[in-house]
Design a protein around this ligand. Structure first.
Ligand code: ATP
Ligand code: MG
Length: 391
C-alpha cells in the first residue's frame, strides 16, 4: 500500500467532512486495499459540488471539472476528488460527456462497472459494500453491477475492462456478465482506439496474462479487435513492459511491418522499437551474426530471444551472454569505424557515388566479423585487396 496516498486521501476527506459534506475513498484503491495490493491512485468521492470542494483547499486543478473531478494538490500527494454522480444518457455505446451530480453515495456506486470496483471506505475504515464486492473478490469473480446487458450497452469499454481485470487479478468473469459480453462483443468497435490500446497494454502486463487472453477469446471480443489473438500462444508470455506485449502481438500475427501498431495508435517510438524486435526475431532463424548484434539494441535482442523461447521452448543462451556478445563487438557504432568515406575516396581517387556506401558497409562488416582490424592502415590494405579482387 502506498501509505502517502492513503494519508493524503484521508486528510482530504477529513477537511471535506469538517465542512459538513460526505467523503469516502472509492474505486480501485478500495479494491486493492482489500486485495492487499499497492494502488497507484487513491480516489475520493464526495457529496460536495466541485465549487464547494475548490473552496475548501488552497491549491486545486480542474482536471475533469465537467465530470465533477478536481485534483487537490494541498497534500503530500495529489488526490482526485469527484462529486457523487450518475452518468447521463449514453450515445453510441460510449460513456457520456455530460454527467449528473447526485447527493448520495449509493447512486454514485451504482454507476460503477464491477462489484469489486463499487466499494467505498470511510475515514473510520468502515467498508461500504452495497453490491457484494467483497464476496465477489473472495470468490475471485468479476461481476457487473446491476444488469450486465444494460451496463455493457451503456459503455462498451467495460467489456474490455472485465477482460483486463481478469488478466491483472486472475479472476473469472461471472457467467451472466460473460454472456452479456458475448452478446455485445461487436460494439467494442465503437470505443476509441486509444482506450482499447490502454486496456490491451494492461492485459499484456497482467500477472495472469494467459487468463486474460483466454477471457478475450472466450468473450468473443478478440474477433472484433484488429489482429489474431490465440490464447494458447500466450501461455508462457510474461512481462512488466507493455511494449513487449505489442511486439509479441505483431510476431504472432506475422506482422513484420508492425502495421497493427498503426491501427492501435502506438507511438512512432514504440513502432521503431518493435520493428527492431521483429527484425531481430526473423534473423534469429538463421542465427545471429555480429552484424545483428551490432544493428539492434540490447533490449530488442533480448526481447526477440525471449519470443523464440516462448514459441519454440528452447533456452540455450542467457540474457547476459547476449549482452556479452554485443559488448564483444570490435565497435559499437558506425562512427567508431577508423576510416571515413573521405579516406576511401582519397585512396582510390574515385569520385563520390553509390560504390562508397557499399564499400563503407563492406568495411563495417569486415571489421565486425573480425576479418580486418579497425585500424586505418589495415583498412587501407583491405580496400586495395578488395579492389584488386574485383578487377
Ligand atoms: P486501476 O487500478 O487500473 O486504476 P481502477 O479500477 O482504479 O483500476 P480507473 O480507470 O482508475 O480503474 O477507474 C476508477 C474507478 O472508476 C473504477 O474502480 C470504477 O469504479 C469506475 N470506473 C472506471 N471506468 C469505468 C467505466 N467505464 N464504467 C463504470 N465505472 C468505471
Ligand atoms: Mg485507478
Amino acid at each position: 500500500m502506498n501509505t502517502k496516498n492513503w494519508q493524503a486521501a484521508m486528510q482530504v476527506i477529513e477537511k471535506i467532512e469538517q465542512a459538513g459534506f460526505e467523503a469516502v475513498v472509492v474505486g480501485g484503491a478500495v479494491r486493492d486495499l482489500y486485495l492487499q495490493k499497492a494502488s497507484h491512485d487513491v480516489d475520493v468521492a464526495t457529496s460536495a459540488l466541485p465549487t464547494e470542494v475548490k473552496a475548501l483547499f488552497s491549491t486545486t486543478i480542474d482536471v475533469g471539472i465537467e465530470h465533477g473531478t478536481v485534483l487537490v494538490t494541498d497534500m503530500v500527494e495529489p488526490i482526485e476528488v469527484t462529486t457523487y454522480r450518475t452518468d447521463g444518457t449514453y450515445v453510441d455505446h460510449r460513456r457520456p460527456d455530460a454527467v449528473q451530480f447526485v447527493r448520495t453515495l449509493k447512486d454514485d456506486l451504482q454507476r460503477r462497472d464491477f462489484t469489486m470496483n463499487a466499494m467505498a471506505l470511510t475515514r473510520t475504515n468502515e467498508l461500504i459494500d452495497l453490491y457484494g464486492g467483497k464476496a465477489d473478490i473472495d470468490a475471485k469473480m468479476i461481476r457487473a453491477v446491476g444488469d450486465p446487458v444494460l451496463r455493457f450497452q451503456e459503455d462498451a469499454l467495460r467489456m474490455l475492462r472485465a477482460v483486463r481485470f481478469s488478466a491483472q487479478l486472475g479472476f473469472a468473469i461471472e457467467e451472466a456478465t460473460m454472456m452479456a459480453i458475448k452478446q455485445h462483443a461487436a460494439t467494442i468497435q465503437y470505443v476509441a482506439m486509444e482506450r482499447i490500446h490502454a486496456e490491451l497494454s494492461k492485459i499484456w502486463t497482467g500477472k495472469y496474462v494467459a487468463i486474460g487472453l483466454a477471457s478475450l477469446e472466450q468473450s468473443e471480443l478478440a474477433s472484433f479487435l484488429p489482429g489474431q489473438f490465440k490464447a494458447s500462444q500466450w501461455a508462457d508470455f510474461q512481462t512488466e513492459d507493455r511494449i513487449v506485449g505489442w511486439a509479441y502481438l505483431c510476431v504472432l500475427n506475422a506482422d513484420f511491418d508492425a502495421q497493427l501498431l498503426t491501427v492501435y495508435k502506438c507511438s512512432n517510438k514504440d513502432k521503431a522499437f518493435v520493428k527492431q524486435v521483429l527484425q531481430a526475431y526473423k534473423a534469429l532463424e538463421a542465427g545471429w551474426q555480429p552484424v545483428h548484434y551490432f544493428r539492434y539494441e540490447l533490449y530488442a535482442l533480448q526481447t526477440a530471444y525471449r519470443f523464440a523461447q516462448w514459441q519454440q521452448g528452447e533456452q540455450t543462451v542467457s540474457f547476459e551472454e547476449i549482452e556479452q556478445n554485443k559488448l564483444a563487438l570490435p565497435i559499437q557504432q558506425t562512427s567508431e569505424l577508423a576510416v571515413s568515406g573521405h579516406d576511401f575516396m582519397q585512396w582510390t581517387s574515385k569520385k563520390r557515388g553509390p560504390w562508397l556506401k557499399q564499400v563503407l558497409n563492406d568495411a563495417l562488416q569486415a571489421v565486425l566479423n573480425g576479418e580486418v582490424a579497425n585500424d586505418p592502415q589495415q583498412l587501407k590494405e583491405w580496400l586495395i585487396n578488395a579492389f584488386n579482387d574485383e578487377g
